[in-house]
Design a protein around this ligand. Sequence first.
Ligand SMILES: Nc1ncnc2c1ncn2[C@@H]1O[C@H](COP(=O)(O)OP(=O)(O)OP(=O)(O)O)[C@@H](O)[C@H]1O
Ligand SMILES: [Mg+2]
Length: 646
Amino acid sequence: MGSPVAEAGELKAGVAKPAGARSKPRRKSKRHGKAQKASPQQPLTVAETEAKRMRAVNPAQYYRQNLGQLGFGDPEHALVQTIKELMDNSLDACEAMMILPEINVELIATEKRYEVVTNKTKDGSVRTFPIFKVSVEDNGCGVLRSKVAKCFGKVLYGSKFFSFKQSRGQQGLGVHAAIIYAQLTSLEPAVITTKTESDPSGYRVVLKIDTERNGPVVISTDEVKFERLHGTRVELMVAGDYTDKVEYFIKELSLANPHADLAFKVVKEPNSEPKQLHFKRANEILPPQPREIKPHLLSMEPGALLEMKSNDLCCKTAKQFLTRHFVRISEEKAAQLLKASGIRQDAPPKEIDVERLLKAAREGDLMRPPLDVLSPIGEEALRQSLRRMYPDAEFIGAVAREPWSYRGVPFQVEVGAAFGGQSVINDCDKVRESVFKSRVIRLGNKCPLIYDSKDCLLYKVVKEINWRNYKISQDEGSLPYAPMIIVVSLISTKVPYIVPGKFAVAYHEEIREQLRLALQTLGRMIYAFISHRQRQEHERHRQSIFQIYAKEVAKDLSYFTGIDEAKLLEGLLESAKHRKPSKTKAEAEPAKKPEPKAESPPESKKKVAEVQAQSIKAVEATTSKKAKRSLHEGLRKQSTLEQFFG
Ligand SMILES: Nc1ncnc2c1ncn2[C@@H]1O[C@H](COP(=O)(O)OP(=O)(O)OP(=O)(O)O)[C@@H](O)[C@H]1O
Ligand SMILES: [Mg+2]
């Protein structure tokens, strides 16, 4: 028997049927040329069978089946992702209100278990995970009672998708994916309690998402007491595999949002002792509020522009269409663009030739979108944040580039680093004794990106930099070997994520270039710091050598000058103590407790050793007989040894 596909092809071509195929060729409908309904005896063609299966898929059904794309592929990822999505929304809601965020996160393991079939376990094929009660409460703007059910119960429903404004959320998917995952694994509904400023009491909605029709199923609604003046609490029951990633995520979120107060409580096993962490805010300064802008003509794909002009109902003329819907297009600019693309100014928008218009926009000197619409972390705030996270770091630095744009979308990059110190070492991977690999913290709109780092532009650019130019050892194309935390932050009205789960940033030449320049500036600061530290090391060594020989020098001086030897020794040692290392112009913050030997990367360690060896020789040389004589001569002219050596 022929394959179903071959069979269908043969029938279409009118070739003789293979054995076993139906006896009569299908008749066409007279009116529409459609195949007539098959009688029960007649087997269907492949195309007919396929046609029977065809139906529209709604986004809730799609994501229920592809939760992995949103970060809910397995209990470990899903637990972090749930917290990420809820906390992102909380921070956005606080930013909308321009209020200092206060967010409480609770993660309590319950007795309930979630079982999955797996071939990972040796003793059986079923693995069980605890069901966690996750609760995230914020002091944000809250949600209007009339909107709660849709905001949490309809996939791709939200306030951010259509706005060209920097925010952590972009799609209208995050919290819905968490709710779908929760109901799939625990069978429990979501509980949302919210209160707006004007609402006299809190409002609680218990709901599930009906994925078959992509809409909320409201189980109950109540008026309840809500402790805060405004805010939202989302409670979910989700299957999870608790790992350190959860704590890391909250720590990094706190780093990216120094003005936020984040309290975290976790009970990892049912009835076990809770662990509590409190990331207090590093400063009380609200970052500037991001501004909403219209899209830039250059950010439009031709197809999207075509659809937009075809569906436009509010503009009578092409000129109006351009000035009303796009940023940076004045009346004059619109006239120029239309002239260049051969379109009458008073022609209806439908007559616009999108390809010619976009060509004219690309060739004309269309201004970049306004760049002061973003809300960066800020260099100072990033430094404060790093200092709070890594209090014993030897070097803290941050660099913010001026805002720029990729394909008509404004963006800005900021980078920071914490170098050396035990707290930094604790967060880095140990390669071998005293050698550590740097850790990269990636931020997209002030939110940590947790997975898929290898595909992420922010990560790739860190590896592209030649850190050896900055006295840090590195294998080509890999992360530098140094106890160092590198923060790479990208903010934009639209961060170009690779997948909807927002794990990694896609490649754009403009973003890459800005990142490269920022990291190079940071590299120069680290270079200045390492050089400064090496000089300090050198100086300390010189002093220690000096102390060794001071006794002998004091003895000789006493012989020549007749001054008491003990007094001279005391004076010499005192002089050596006050001898200051040469100053540096490094922008680096001074180290708190330098422990250079333990944390030095191998190359810089080698260099320090070389410099030390040279200095030993130099000082030893000065103690030769000839040098001693010149020392005495010099001392007659110089009042202190510091001046003499200096
Ligand atoms: N804690 C909250 N406070 C106020 N509004 C909220 C809160 N959580 C969710 N919302 C509302 O619900 C909407 C849907 O949230 P959801 O996380 O699904 O999408 P999003 O944040 O818009 O985008 P993304 O998919 O990128 O997260 C949000 O746009 C917001 O309007
Ligand atoms: Mg969201």
